[in-house]
Design a protein around this ligand. Sequence first.
Ligand code: G3I
Length: 397
Amino acid sequence: MSTRRNFLKQTGAVLGYGSLFQAGIPLFAQNTPANPSFSPSTYMGAASLAARAARTRLPYGCAVVPEMLNVEMDYTRTIIEQCSILVAENSMKWAAIHPQPNTFNFAGADKLLAFAGEHKMQLRGHNLCWHQALPSWFTKTMNRGNAKAMLVQHIQTVAGRYAGKLHSWDVVNEAIHVQDGRPDGLRKSPWLELIGEEYIDIAFHTARQADPHALLTYNDYGIEYDVPHDDQKRAAVLSLLRRMRKRKTPIDAVGVQSHLRAGTQDTIGDGLEHFLQEVRKLDLQVFITEMDVDDSHLTGDADQREAAVAAVYKQYFDLMLRDSQVTAALTWGITNRYTWLNHEHPRKNGDYQVPLPFDSNYQPAKAFFALGEAFGRRKVQSAAPVLTAKVNDAQAI
Ligand code: G3I
């Protein structure tokens, strides 16, 4: 097992001290971050992922479980060292934050906000409207007569509580599901059944009124690969975004979840590049919101699987970071010890999956180096990204 000191050698050896300097990455802590409000921490002196990403004003971070912060100390330290932006994996979803019709539980979200503030990190909100992670009372309480009011009340309460304190919100999550067969590709979610397509506009307008400063995001998965399903889904997402723009729905960004996979023949390229071009035409930023790489299709030992996963990180981030409208990057967790993939897509032999930048012992995995090098290769953006929402579109519903 590599020690932390070995890591420093590894970092130097793998990335080459020269290449770090060439990439403009201060090898050792120098408080000259692109984003003055964030002083990138270091990992035993070597530049952290956040420090490398900060060179082009790109916040890097991960999904976290607030209950583990300041409790599991390796987890906590790795997040502090490596991240400049966080998102709650589950604590801000309906099931966690709205456990009863008239009860809200902000404990996890408040703890995360305090932690982010203490460590000068930004915080994403995830999410205000989704077909999953709905509380047990939802089905028996919601109906066509009250659904709109309940959605508005939820967003006013939750987004209002954190107004002015968040980088962005995933306002609507995963509203497109082409397999449901609708011409518009919309998912037959409870929200669509109860309110109709206008639930999306209601959610975004309410979020803008509740928090005029957060960047309002439409977040989805399955839009990354050059495969028929993703082609169809990208077309449906673009069609939705164009309708939203036409209706002057307040939206600032698209979240590309980036749940990728290693060990398949599927490729990423023209389809995603075209999607980014079309999103740019809509004047929307792009966030990489939930990156990880599923290795359950792979055989081989962890080292071999890490190499395949790292190759996906390299190829994907080199493609995505060529685009200046990509203005945030988060992985869906930071360590292979805690990833949803070990539950949802477990490896048949029970081994940990290796989808994230740190291994199950909090040592840098191959994906760490691939990600850090991709951040280092990114050309410095001419203009700083727009970090606050254009609030002039906060109109009444
Ligand atoms: O908190 C309860 C606990 O009280 C209970 O004992 C336990 C066993 O039933 O369940 C716990 O809730 C689980 C929750 O994670 C917190 O651990 C839910 O069952 C489980 O379904 C939930 O899974 C999350 C999933 O979203 C659904 O909300 C995953 O951790 C999370 O990684 C995953 O993340 C999603 C993004 O939000 C959206 N994009 C896709 C991504 C992966 O599915």
